[in-house]
Ligand binder design. Structure first.
Ligand SMILES: Cc1cc2nc3c(=O)[nH]c(=O)nc-3n(C[C@H](O)[C@H](O)[C@H](O)COP(=O)(O)O)c2cc1C
Length: 152
């Protein structure tokens, strides 16, 4: 893992979070960073804990549930040792729908958990509603986050 690598993990059911993770990888080059996009199903908590720069893109399903591909990882992360995320600088992009009672709940869970395990939040979480593509807010957030990563 190089110093300028941003690990970008995504949890998704229908691909929106993955598409945003890919966008982030595309923008990363502009900040001298190298994006590494990985499905939450294909990574371990240990690998995440070894990252220096971590971007989490995750949607919420069911009634405030993690997407299927994020469930096992989230459960394992909850059971991981306190302090295991020390040295991990992170930010969370949450996708959801305000029509649901538990808006962006899984993103909120990841945001709390990584901090609780010792990670350092470098940008406040963004909670995106279904119309997130209608303006530039989400894209701007990704760019601001990458800039903050590049300045660490
Ligand atoms: C059956 C279903 C359940 C959903 N449940 C929630 C929910 O509990 N909370 C929320 O904020 N969004 C909920 N959503 C909205 C999705 O999170 C949103 O559409 C998101 O953009 C999907 O991203 P993805 O393609 O990465 O999975 C739900 C959507 C569907 C179709």
């Amino acid at each position: 893992m190089s110093d300028n690598e941003v690990l970008i993990i995504f949890g998704t059911e229908t691909g929106n979070a993955e598409a945003l993770a890919d966008d982030a990888k595309g923008f990363a080059k502009d900040y001298g960073l190298e994006g590494n996009v990985v499905d939450m199903e294909d990574i371990t908590v240990e690998e995440i804990s070894e990252s220096k720069l971590l971007l989490i893109c995750v949607s919420t399903w069911g009634e405030g549930d993690q997407p299927t591909n994020a469930e096992d990882l989230y459960e394992t992360a909850c059971e991981s040792e306190d302090g295991c995320m020390e040295g991990v600088n992170f930010a969370v992009l949450a996708l959801g729908d305000t029509d649901y009672e538990f808006f962006c709940e899984s993103g909120k869970e990841w945001d709390n958990l990584i901090e609780q395990k010792g990670g350092t939040r470098i940008n406040d979480r963004i909670d995106c509603d279904v119309d997130y593509e209608d303006d530039d807010e989400c894209e701007e957030w990704i760019k601001t986050t990458l800039e903050k990563f590049s300045n660490l």
